[in-house]
Design a protein around this ligand. Structure first.
Ligand code: SF4
Length: 210
């Protein structure tokens, strides 16, 4: 089975049965999504989960976080090895409150103008908060996609167009690929034998035939 649409449908089916159920995946609240995405940069979701939960308890509303001191946020974020993300998150939250009246703009270009917001976070906000699905592809999802299609040279734009235009749920597909990367498609020693994509993965099929 090498049809990509069928392959991705299988990923979505797998995700709906076995995907991880983090709080930031079950909400369209921009503050929760933004806090989570800032914490997930270079941090495994399983590690970030408790951190995000504690942060939201300490600063339950965006106004609370905006009023926090940079020193305090620097110290808190140091515990996950991302000290500068704390003050950066505060600046972003304050800008959304002050400049956009308490809701982030639902425009990719405007989101990219927010401090600390790059392509990935802008796409995640559009998808989760604005109901305007746009692929959010980090290095782990990129690895899965490149292996599935058997082309390690694909650029970000190529990867984005791979997952759109198929009539599939882009949000669930990207979340599925995040979880498949975490559970099976490790950078080295992928666990292909248990992976739901093994029947349509060029990397696995190529290796399996050798
Ligand atoms: S079959 Fe292997 S290489 Fe392909 S997506 Fe799954 S874990 Fe990754």
């Amino acid at each position: 089975m090498r049809d990509l649409t069928t392959c991705f449908s299988r990923a979505i089916e797998w995700f709906r049965r076995y995907g991880r159920n983090f709080v930031w995946r079950r909400t369209s609240n921009w503050y929760i999504v933004l806090v989570a995405e800032f914490c997930l940069v270079r941090t495994r979701a399983s590690v970030a989960e408790r951190f995000v939960s504690n942060l939201l308890k300490r600063y339950p509303r965006p106004e609370d976080l905006c009023r926090a001191s940079d020193d305090e946020l620097y110290r808190i974020f140091r515990s996950i090895g991302l000290p500068r993300r704390g003050p950066a998150l505060r600046r972003t939250v304050c800008e959304i409150l002050d400049r956009y009246g308490g809701a982030p703009p639902c425009s990719y270009e405007e989101l990219l103008r927010l401090p600390g917001v790059g392509r990935y976070i802008a796409s995640a906000l559009l998808t989760m908060v604005c109901e305007d699905p746009r692929p959010f592809i980090d290095t782990n999802v990129a690895r899965v996609l490149r292996r599935v299609v058997g082309n390690s040279a694909l650029r970000s734009e190529d990867l984005e167009s791979l997952v759109t235009g198929r009539g599939l749920d882009v949000k669930d597909l990207c979340l599925a690929l995040i979880d498949i990367a975490d559970a099976f498609c490790k950078p080295s020693k992928p666990r292909c034998g248990s992976c739901p994509l093994r029947e349509c993965c060029a990397f696995y099929l190529g290796n399996a035939q050798q």
